[in-house]
Design a protein around this ligand. Structure first.
Ligand code: BTN
Length: 283
């Protein structure tokens, strides 16, 4: 059966169901719903909504290459090939999550701070909407009660010191039931699982886009956001192992520098600056 959906508010106004096509109930995250609720001036002014896509990251990258305006968001109710860091899959049942990619065109020097802006935007919006106390796990995860509720994957195209575009992919488990997937049952959570009641995806998304816009504005004005980031960072002051590809470092997570790199105190007393990797706590 074919389905009929709007992908932008403009389209919504001029489309009528044609023969052989069935109108589906409108998604809570459709462009029309978002345009009604969103108060931002840049982020999410242009919405590409899809009921199903392979990955919002891929759609957003293609759209960015074709020149969509900065702040365009790609949002889907379901991904058939959602992906995470280190080549992993990103799993989410239909309609249960926020599966979002944001297209921006920052300057080169802002690039290193984008994971701070994105993780902070997720943490602040969760706190505001639900009252839960999220913690950022260096560099790109957001946890609640020690379990992952959100992951962020940032991809960019840079040519000769010029950023063509950056796509920030954000997966946020809103109402999914982690126990329904044995692969993540022990390590992941959702807002509903943590709060004990359903959370509005639309309210979460609008809050998240609003927070991201403020932080991105701050970066563009040259205002630092690393101090606020540190307040939410749960990784510091612990013995950790950091894996990056084949390499693993062990030590004490002492601090982060103002670009968000992890400063790891090694057993021999040296201080290592780590740019990327995956942290696990050591007991
Ligand atoms: C991670 O924790 O490994 C990052 C996960 C990023 C998942 C999001 S969901 C929306 C966007 N589309 C994707 O395919 N991935 C990102």
């Amino acid at each position: 059966m074919k389905t009929w959906y709007h992908e932008s508010a403009e389209e919504a106004k001029c489309c009528l169901p044609s023969e052989g096509k069935m109108k589906q109930p409108e998604s809570d995250l459709s462009a029309t719903s978002l345009h009604r609720e969103l108060r931002t001036k840049l982020i999410g002014k242009n919405v590409l909504y899809y009921p199903v896509v392979s990955s919002t990251l891929d759609i957003a990258k293609q759209a960015a290459k074709e020149g969509v305006t900065e702040g365009t968001i790609v949002i889907a109710d379901h991904q058939t090939a959602g992906r995470g860091r280190f080549g992993r899959n990103w799993w989410a049942p239909s309609d249960s999550s926020i599966l979002l990619s944001i297209v921006i065109r920052p300057r080169l020097e802002q690039l290193r701070h984008l994971n701070m802006a994105a993780t902070l935007a997720v943490a602040l919006s969760i706190e505001k909407v639900t009252g839960l106390k999220p913690v950022i796990k260096w560099p790109n995860d957001v946890l609640i009660g020690g379990k992952k509720v959100s992951g962020i994957l940032i991809e960019s195209e840079v040519e000769e010191e010029k950023v063509n575009f950056v796509v920030i992919g954000i997966g946020l488990n809103v109402n999914l039931d982690p126990s329904s997937n044995p692969e993540i049952a022990e390590t992941a959570t959702s807002l509903r699982a943590a709060l004990g009641k359903e959370v509005s995806r639309l309210e979460m998304l609008c809050s998240l886009l609003g927070e991201f816009e403020e932080l991105y504005d701050a970066l563009r004005e040259g205002e630092p956001i690393d101090q606020l980031w540190r307040c939410y960072l749960g990784t510091l002051g612990k013995q950790v192992a950091v894996r990056c590809g084949e390499q693993v470092w062990q030590g004490y997570a002492e601090s982060v520098d103002d670009e968000g790199n992890l400063l790891l105190r090694c057993p021999d007393g040296s201080l290592l600056t780590i740019v990327a990797g995956e942290v696990t706590l050591q007991v």
